[in-house]
Design a protein. Sequence first.
Length: 97
Amino acid sequence: MDLTARMGQPVYAPADGLVTFSAPYSTYGNYVALNHGYGMVTRYGHLSRMRVKAGDLVRRGQIIAYVGNTGRSTGPHLHYEVLMNGIHVNPYRFMLK
């Protein structure tokens, strides 16, 4: 899912987890992946800057990165994915309010 956002807007972890990837990746540009356990993984792309590295533990609500325009992108936005047991699910259910 692509979410409209301002350049540099903070991106928050929706739940506690382990950073499994934090680096440029293919068309996603700067990219972060979090493993929250119980089969849940969240992914974030087109980031301007990342505040976490692989192996870090994060807490719900922690800033993990900032919205950007990296990779194959036509403007600042956040690419957000949620997978349960390897299957994409509706990310709206896992967004912080």
